[in-house]
Design a protein around this ligand. Sequence first.
Ligand code: SF4
Length: 232
Amino acid sequence: MSDVFDNLVLFFEQQIELYGNDIGLILDTTIDEQQSSFSPLAWQESASLHELEQTIKTCQQCALSQARNKFVFGGGNPQADIVFVGEAPGADEDRIGLPFVGRAGDMLTKILDSIQLKRTDVYICNILKCRPPQNRDPLPDEIATCKPYLVKQLQLIQPKIIVCLGRIAAQVLLETSDSLTQLRARWFSLNEMKVMVTYHPAALLRSTGYKSATWEDMKRLRQLYDDIKGQA
Ligand code: SF4
């Protein structure tokens, strides 16, 4: 045992002689590469949601990876006609690793229920896959780094309709700085997909004043969904 220890000490002394104080950095990098299967390019070739999730779940492309407990990819029906997109995981999502759990998640389930949809009928995800500290707004560089994963998710799911939950999801997906009030009650086109904007379920928990507007949005959503189903 003491021989092993002595050899280790000798090894580190030689490395410090060769690399000076940079030895710590070299060792850290080695450990990170061993722990992470993430490849900055491989994920683009993913042929399924499962493959994409497996390829990016150890992503460390932005600083949010440092404080996350769980990477939150998304969940639901991988062939859904409707995808709901929120902003980023919150505390409950970060703890459990699933999107829209906790009180806001319960509210989203109720909203879906109001138009006879189940969570298993739709797909639910966020712009960011890791939680910003204290639920602060995502930073522009975090959005720029993480958004391509969402774009790939949407390419794989090929939904007919996207519902943006809240201002930030809407502004990021529609690439606009318009307010939520300006963006609501309209349909947008994004490639072949129809996009609508409504309140984030957490906003309904803060103020019941948003409920009637959300109900109007959901009726519009159900109408288009039925129209699409009728054409299929
Ligand atoms: S937020 Fe997105 S880009 Fe940043 S570490 Fe998480 S998965 Fe990677």
